[in-house]
Design a protein around this ligand. Structure first.
Ligand code: ATP
Ligand code: MG
Length: 248
């Protein structure tokens, strides 16, 4: 579903991605881990076409991304941004239903609202939240609204950037289960960026770890704990000592 080949990206003198290769099969749930500032969000933005890459290739469903019809491409995926990125001036349900009420395939407002309320329920929010505005919600609630928006149009590919950051452990568990369900029930392909290892264990089939602009480790979720990779082990254990320098 998604293939990335030898991807490079730098900002001025800062080389962020230095030859990334990765592949996500249809219906697979992939977790991307790695320290802060290693380029996880940039990689995601390159795949989405929100950032242009310097060299290398990205294929979505076999087609090179630069050659894809952007509208068609965008209509097939959902995205949860790291900071939720809700529209401040729209009510919560209008945020969730945004994609459903735009463009040539838009549906009537009443129907869109019903879907929005149902998606809010799935992320643990009650219908009355739908009429509030983003500024009236806690950070964790905003995150869940962002998640409801990402799944509103039943996308084929879903990208989650830090879906559980800022949530309490119980709500994190709910969101992890939801992500797993979306992949299993809807057959969606998911790419999730996270620091939360319990989330990785709950949602991922495969894991890749980024470090120094490259894929430092990749493998099956079952291989994660058994790995002897010093970078991965340091990350899993959260050790200050090791090959990854804590000060950057
Ligand atoms: N638009 C931009 N302009 C310049 N530099 C950028 C831009 N976006 C990202 N960067 C730089 O790219 C590097 C990687 O950033 P990125 O946001 O991908 O990190 P991350 O791995 O997602 O970190 P975190 O876990 O903290 O979210 C950082 O050094 C950042 O400063
Ligand atoms: Mg990030």
């Amino acid at each position: 579903m998604i293939t990335v080949q030898n991807l490079h990206k730098k900002f001025a003198a800062n080389t962020v991605l230095n030859g990334i290769d990765m592949q996500i099969e249809k219906g697979q749930s992939m977790a991307i881990i790695g320290g802060s500032g290693t380029g996880k969000s940039v990689l995601l933005k390159c795949i989405l076409g929100l950032e242009t890459h310097d060299s290398g290739k990205i294929f979505i469903n076999g087609e090179e991304s630069s050659k894809l019809d952007k509208n068609k491409f965008l209509s097939n995926f959902g995205m949860l941004f790291q900071n939720a990125a809700l529209f401040d001036s729209l009510s919560v349900w209008k945020n969730v239903a945004f994609r459903l009420t735009q463009g040539p395939n838009k549906i009537p407002e009443k129907q869109a609202k019903d879907i929005a309320i149902e998606k809010l329920r799935r992320v643990g929010l009650t219908p009355d939240v739908g009429d509030k505005f983003p500024a009236e919600l806690s950070g964790g609630m905003q995150k869940r609204v962002g998640l409801a928006r990402a799944i509103a149009a039943n996308p084929e590919i879903i990208f989650f950037d830090e879906p559980t950051t800022g949530l309490d452990p119980i709500m994190s568990g709910v969101i992890n289960e939801l992500i797993r369900e979306i992949v299993v029930e809807m057959g969606a392909t998911a790419m999730t960026i996270t620091h939360d290892m319990s989330s990785v264990r709950a949602i991922a089939d495969k894991v890749i770890m980024l470090h120094n602009g490259r894929v430092q480790w990749s493998g099956d979720i079952k291989e994660l704990e058994k790995s002897q990779n010093p970078y991965l082990n340091q990350f899993l254990k959260g050790n200050a000592e090791g090959p990854i320098e804590a000060v950057r």
